[in-house]
Design a protein around this ligand. Sequence first.
Ligand code: UT7
Length: 386
Amino acid sequence: MERYAHITGWGMAVPERVVTNDELAKTVDTSDEWIASRTGIRQRYVANARETTASLALEAARAALEVADLSPRQIDLIIVATSTPEHIMPATACLVQDALGAINAGAFDLSAACSGFIYALGLAANGIRCGAHNNVLVIGSETLSRIVNWKDRSTCILFGDGAGAFLLQASSVPGGVLASLMRSDGSGGDSLIVPAGGSRMPASAESVRNNQHFIQMDGKEVYRFATRVMASAAREVVQCAGLTLDDIALVVPHQANRRIIESAARSLNLPEDRFVVNLDRYGNTSTASIPIALCEAVAAGRVRPNDHLVLVGFGAGLTWGAAVVQWNETAKPEVSPWHRIGRQAGYGLSRVRSAVRRGLRRVEGIVYGKQSEVGAGDETLPPRRG
Ligand code: UT7
């Protein structure tokens, strides 16, 4: 039986606080007029101390599971695409897995900057189509406000926080993710970079003093690259799917700059109203921008059954990628009404489960520690567990 990977659930989350261009203009030398005319952005959401990449990802993931009516236990794999993970390790995806109670899922983070969601979507769809997975949760989540230099007007005006999640499910109904592509050009790595905090330049008092933990960007360079790859990636992926641009009902582009989207529309010879644009309200939320834009398009009734969509993004790396999706909500597998009740109860239980597991691990650590002490001095390995 032929297998297809359908988007059966979708959800988004943004922080509570909105920061308008006028507010930014009070702290850096800029204006609403400059930001709006050069980028199209009017406001962005900025996380408070309680809102993190994992908490936004979790909220979006729960919303996607509600739409799909799926229990977290049925998820096989969770991929969180992010440039602002909760920690360097463990993966943010593991924190989401634990909080969801997705006890049968593998989980990992994917780092491909703003193209990360497209990369994750492609991997998830390929995994489903080849039979390795049935239910994959793909999340793009960011708190870019944490790595933005709020004194640098060339970058701080651009970015925002948020998360978007898709649930991909296996189905025998034709449609879903029809084609995807991923590309990169590491020679352009310097044009959009957070220089410190990694292996090359570990955190130090000096790196903090020099603002090297913040995003540094050659805006013009990224702009030129983006206008080049958006149209070519869209064209290529449509061809891979065996379609033409005339078949495409809607393009959901990465929301970085309105002028980049307009330029892609011109190159593709498509009317601008065939593009989803919501960056005026969110700014550039990196990996979250495409899923948030698609969630809004669905909510606004802009996506109809069997529509062909192109999702296309670019970002640091340099990376870019695109996917063609045939939207088919009817491909959702049959589920029992008990799932919803079970799912809600499960969210409460997952906290308890997580606390119990932490407790058990602590007890195990104490017992294990004592056993090791007994064996100290022996030239043997510590006793094996399990
Ligand atoms: O996910 C990928 C993330 N990155 C991107 O997509 C970024 C792509 N690049 C861009 O979107 C644009 O290059 C920017 C929006 C970043 C900048 O727009 P631009 O039209 O390329 O402006 P510019 O950098 O050439 O700057 C023009 C002028 C400069 O002043 P001078 O040298 O002409 O006197 C800047 O200093 O605008 C000045 N400027 C600003 N003025 C007011 C730069 N930033 C600001 C600002 N407010 N925020």
